[in-house]
Structures are given as C-alpha cells and as structure tokens.
Design a binder for this molecule. Structure first.
Ligand code: ADP
Length: 511
C-alpha cells in the first residue's frame, strides 16, 4: 500500500485555525480589506465568506467609531508598532453589539515591506456581562446592611451599610461573634432559629441589637443559608432598620394601654355612680312610701279637724310625695338601664316589645282614649326589656302631652336606613318648641310645669338605651300639631316582620 502523503504544515495550520472558532482569525490587505474568512466570523459576526471577503475592517466598528476614523487609526498604530490591541464594542451583521478583545498584527516580509494585517478577535460579551452583574451586585450589597458569617456567628463580611447602622467598622467587626458584638435579642431561642434555617434554608424575623454607642436598634432580619459542599455552611443576613416603626408601635401600645385603663376607670366610676343612684333611690323609696301612707291615714282620719287651708296643705303634701316617688322610680330605672348589656347578639322582635309596652300602659291608654297603630316592625339587636322601656317612655309621653279635648293618636313605623333600622313614634299632642328639641333628652329637663306629672328623666333613659345600642335619637315637632320621636337601632336586614293583622290598633280595647 502506498504510504499516505504527509499533510503540509500549511494545511495543518489552516485546520488548527479553522478549529479555533471561539476566536475570529482573519487576514486583511495593507489597505485594511479582508482577504480571508474564518468560521468564527460567521459564528460571532454573522457574515458568510462571500459577504465578508473584500469588506473593510471598519465594517466591524460601531457607526459612531467608524465616523471618528478609528479604523485607519488602528491600522496606522499596528503598522507603526507592529501590533495594536484593544478591548472594545464591535457590531455584527445585524448591528448587535459584541464586547471583543482584539489584536491587529502588521505582517511584513523580510525586507520589512508591509504585506497586510492579521486580526485575532475574541467575543467576551458574556464574561463582561457577568462581571458587570457581579459589580452591580457587589455595589447593591454594599448599600444594604448585609453580613456574611459562619454558622456559629463569626463575621466574615461586613458591608459599609452595616457600619452605618451599627457603628462598627468592617475591620472591627470581621472575626467577632455577631451575637456577642450586637448583644442580639432574639424573638425565639437561637437553637430553634438555627434548626429552621437548616430545614428551610431561610429565616426571617425581628431582632433587637445594640450599636457601638449602646443605642438600641430594631431590625427586620432575613437570613439565608449558604451551603458549601466543601466546607461548613455560612449565613448571609440582610438587616433593615425598623427602629422608627417599632418605636411608634410601642408608643401606640402604651397609649392604647393608657386608654384602656382610663376606659376601665370610667366604666368603674360609672358603675359606682349607677350603683349609688340605685341604692339611694331604692333606700329613698321606703320612707317616701311610709310617709305617703301616713299622710293618707292623716287625711282619712283627721281631715275633718283641719280647716280649708290645712286640708289644701295636706293635699299638696300628698301630691309632692307622689312626684317624689315618680322621680325616685325614674332615677332607679335610669340607673338600672345599662347594668346589663343593651346591645344583644340575638335579635328582639320590636313588635313584641311594643305590645308589652302597650300592655303596661293599658290604664293610661283607656283613660285617655288613645289609639295606637303600628306598621310592620323589624327585628333589632337590642335587649328586649330595654326596648320595651324605650317604647313605654315614648308612648307614655305621647299620651301625657296630649292636646286638651283631643284623644291621642299615636303611630309607630320603621324604615331601613343603611345598616340600621329607623323607628318613629308620632303623636298629635301639644308639640315642643324648637329651643327645647335637644334639651329634653338631658336628665331633669322638663318644659312643662307641675300641671303634668313627670320626673324629667324618661327621655334621658331613652337616649341612654339607644346610644348604648349604637343608635341615635332625636325629635321633630310642631307646637300644637304633634311630635315625632325618631331613633335608629342596629338590626338584621330584610323587610320588617310581616304583620298578619296589617296595621294594628291598640286602644281602650287592648286585651
Ligand atoms: P317627663 O315626661 O317625666 O317630664 P321626659 O324626660 O320623658 O320627662 O320628657 C322631658 C320633657 O320633654 C317633658 O317634660 C315634656 O316637656 C317634653 N316631652 C316629652 N315627650 C313629649 C311629647 N310627646 N310631646 C310634647 N312634649 C314632650
């Protein structure tokens, strides 16, 4: 078999050059026009051999540098110094930029005559991007309070921001145990945190730490476990200063506690006051009752022995005692309202409460010939006894403050107003002057004199009931036409209870 001819050194060199396609290795003539092509040209710059050969080497420069005359300058430098090297942005066929390390070598013959140029380029865009990312990351890290430490807390890296936050320089901090240096206060035991870190790889929480000048700061810390196959794991920790927020939160907590104490104190003193009123009115009732009994006995047995003046005085004493008993009863009721909660989680049928109030006032209704009608009434979240008391006070007033010669006509209605029910008790009585419309809800404010019996506490009790249930009460009135007392109460939505009787009437005929 004939021996295969040895490949020429030139062929081998060409093969080697073609294989180095992570580089671009090309030749240009002495005017700078490419005379060869290389697989790297297509790989990195996108040109085929036909497109590339004959192009001036300026074709690889970005347009602005072409205009500046960078191409001829580079050739002149290479011609003068034998070579010119540069690391710069070049562009490919589609004008995309590549970051390239390049060298241009002047090729001369033995008599130093310039034959052309050789150009070797290497695309380092990816490496450059990675370096840029790393630089950006490093600068971002420097601007955050980031520290790297061994798993047992020995500081390995300490950024400038850590220095700004804690006061210790990197030189002072590195090598020290972070928990001892910053006297860390953990929200849970460190062993527990470390266990979580090993299981989940991260931990987040709020820490109290001491600065170099012993100032206390609070940080929101995020720890990430850096596992290294060759060595023990480390922790990278980022701390954000939340001292301001924690201080405001603490001040708020203190203010809230103070407020709660004051509310308790107020409630206690209110209860004491109510208890005092209850005991006082209860204890006053007994002597009033016995005095009234004695006065009545005196009138029965000895009225004849008294002259007209004496008999009149006796009557006045009896009336005075009756008013005093009324007043004491009113104060007792007022004090008792609110001893139990007014608001109720179970709803009360307003219609039932009204019926009970009507029953309690039956005698007054009969005597006055009052006609009470009501439309459908809703369920409301108010204690049933309190609601009965509210209706009873309003109905009793509507009867008491009637116009002479005209029987009371009273209407009770309800409409939904947003989240509340608005109820109204309307009468055709004597009405109230506009200057009294607000005052009558205060205790002992009466605009009528002794001619109509009363304690002046009934409407104050109504206001207490409504306010405690979360509503409000007011009155609209016209003197000599009548008044409408309106109040709102919370209650479930839905139409008022369907009253099978429709509009019902309660008059002298109430069973
Ligand atoms: P009292 O009726 O025992 O005097 P209230 O607190 O119930 O006490 O009422 C306060 C005052 O408001 C009454 O004295 C009366 O002058 C006036 N008032 C209350 N309800 C009516 C009403 N329906 N019509 C006219 N005036 C009223």
């Amino acid at each position: 078999m004939p021996a295969e001819p040895e490949p020429s050194r030139k062929d081998l060199l060409d093969l080697l050059v073609a294989e180095l396609n992570e580089h671009v290795i090309v030749l240009a003539n002495k005017d700078g026009y490419f005379t060869t092509w290389h697989p790297g040209v297509e790989r990195h710059f996108g040109y085929t051999a036909e497109e590339f050969i004959g192009q001036h080497l300026e074709v690889l420069l970005p347009p602005e540098e072409r205009l500046k005359g960078d191409g001829p300058r580079e050739l002149a430098e290479a011609a003068q110094n034998g070579r010119a090297s540069d690391t710069r942005w070049l562009v490919d066929k589609s004008e995309q930029r590549l970051f390239v390390e390049g060298i241009t070598i002047a090729l001369r013959d033995q008599s130093k005559r310039l034959l052309g140029f050789g150009k070797v380029l290497r695309d380092v865009t990816e490496r450059r991007n990675a370096e840029e990312d790393l630089r950006a990351l490093a600068s971002a890290l420097e601007q955050s309070s980031v520290m790297v430490r061994s798993f047992d807390g020995v500081i390995e890296h300490w950024t400038e921001e850590c220095e700004r936050l804690y006061g210790w320089t990197a030189r002072e901090a590195v090598g020290k145990n972070v928990y001892e240096l910053l006297k860390t206060n953990f929200p849970e035991p460190l062993e527990q945190i470390e266990r979580k870190l090993l299981v989940y790889g991260t931990w987040q929480g709020e820490l109290g730490q001491a600065c170099r000048d012993n100032r206390q700061v609070f940080v929101s810390a995020r720890w990430v476990l850096l596992s290294d196959a060759d060595g023990p794991p480390a922790i990278i920790s980022t701390d954000s200063d939340i001292t301001g927020r924690v201080e405001v939160q603490r001040e708020l907590e203190v203010a809230h506690e103070k407020l709660q104490r004051m509310a308790l104190e107020l409630e206690r003193s209110n209860e004491e006051l109510a208890e005092f009123a209850r005991i006082a009115s209860h204890d006053l009732s007994a002597p009033i009752t016995s005095t009234r009994w004695l006065v009545d006995l005196l009138a029965l047995r000895h009225a004849k022995e008294l002259d007209a003046e004496g008999q009149k005085s006796l009557k006045q004493i009896s009336l005075g005692l009756e008013r005093m008993a009324d007043l004491v009863r009113g104060i007792l009721t007022h004090a008792q309202v609110g001893r139990s909660a007014i608001g109720s989680s179970e709803s009360t049928d307003a219609r039932k409460a009204l019926d009970t109030a009507i029953e309690n006032l039956q005698r007054d209704i009969e005597t006055s010939g009052a006609v009470i009608s009501h439309h459908e009434l809703p369920e409301v979240w108010v204690d049933p006894q309190a609601l009965t008391q509210l209706f009873q006070n309003l109905l009793s007033n509507a009867i008491k403050y009637k116009r002479p010669e005209i029987s009371p006509v009273i209407k009770v209605t309800a409409v939904r107003q947003g989240p509340m029910w608005q109820l109204a008790v309307e009468d055709n009585g004597i009405g109230i002057g506009s200057e009294w419309l607000e005052r009558i809800f205060q205790p002992f404010q009466r605009l009528h004199g002794l001619e109509i019996a009363g304690s002046g506490i009934g409407l104050a009790t109504c206001k207490k009931i409504v306010t405690r249930a979360g509503g409000r009460i007011w009155v609209e009135s016209r003197v000599n036409y009548g008044s409408t007392f309106l109040f709102t109460l919370p209650g479930p939505d839905g139409s008022p209870r369907n009253d099978s009787r429709g509009e019902s009437q309660a008059a002298a005929s109430v069973p």
